[in-house]
Design a protein around this ligand. Structure first.
Ligand SMILES: [Zn+2]
Length: 239
């Protein structure tokens, strides 16, 4: 039984145990031709429910924030980029309301790389100003990395790992016949923000190779992600 904030009656909310509020955050963005535009919030929403289910009483899933910072893919049809100012203000306000409603901790499960830096600024700010503990996790890169490396040879944006995850959660939304390989992306030490290079990298909104994805490995990765998030939360939550 997962407690979803938006599905509780006010009366039920008043008496429910409030240890941790889990906020799925994503974006609406082009993910090649084969994945749904909502991929980046569909996955966190799924993970939030799984994490809350594993934690049991005291965990409440907040309604999702689907819009994010997507300037890197704003050149492609289907993307909705709300920019930093709107995003930061909105997430900050929502997290503050979790604190005001009595939660002692909050966890943002993020599904989109363009949100990451903004979320860390907001999380620290809200944590220090309200006293509520606030965590942020990028589901695909902060946890279960050994599993990710073992399972996938061509991960990336709409790549093998992300495609496998959506195949595991919502196969009905994936069009594998339209999956195309994208360039591979490697992290470098000095990061330049370069509009033209970014548009070139994301010409089709894909990095890595989604054609290699399957649901089974998606499930295995997602299970490992849930397990690791839950283990880390258990350390900060009271018994
Ligand atoms: Zn994505």
């Amino acid at each position: 039984m997962v407690a979803h904030w938006g599905e509780l009656t006010g009366k039920a909310f008043e008496v429910i145990k409030k240890e941790i509020a889990i906020l799925p955050v994503g974006t609406v963005e082009r993910h090649g031709n084969h994945l749904p535009l909502g991929t980046d919030y569909i996955i966190p929403e799924y993970l939030a429910a799984r994490v809350a289910e594993a934690l049991g009483e005291g965990a409440v899933v907040m309604p999702t924030i689907p819009y994010g910072v997507s300037m890197s893919l704003a050149h492609l049809p289907g993307t909705i980029d709300v920019g930093y100012d709107a995003f930061i203000a909105y997430v900050e306000a929502v997290l503050r309301e979790a604190a005001r409603n009595g939660f002692r901790a909050a966890l943002v499960i993020n599904g989109h790389g363009g949100n990451t830096r903004a979320l860390h600024i907001v999380a620290k700010k809200v944590a220090f100003e309200t006293g509520m503990k606030v965590g942020v996790v990028d589901w695909w890169s902060d946890v279960a990395q050994e599993v990710r490396e073992r399972l996938f040879t061509a991960p990336g944006h709409a790549g093998e790992d992300e495609t496998a995850a959506v195949l595991a959660i919502r196969p009905d939304l994936v069009d594998m016949g339209s999956a195309e390989e994208g360039p591979s992306y490697t992290k470098v030490g000095v990061r330049f923000y370069d509009r033209e290079a970014t548009r070139e990298l994301f010409a089709k909104g894909v990095t890595g190779d989604p054609r290699r994805a399957d649901a089974e490995r998606g499930r295995e990765f997602l299970d490992a992600v849930v397990k690791e998030i839950v283990n880390e939360l258990k350390r900060i939550l009271p018994d």
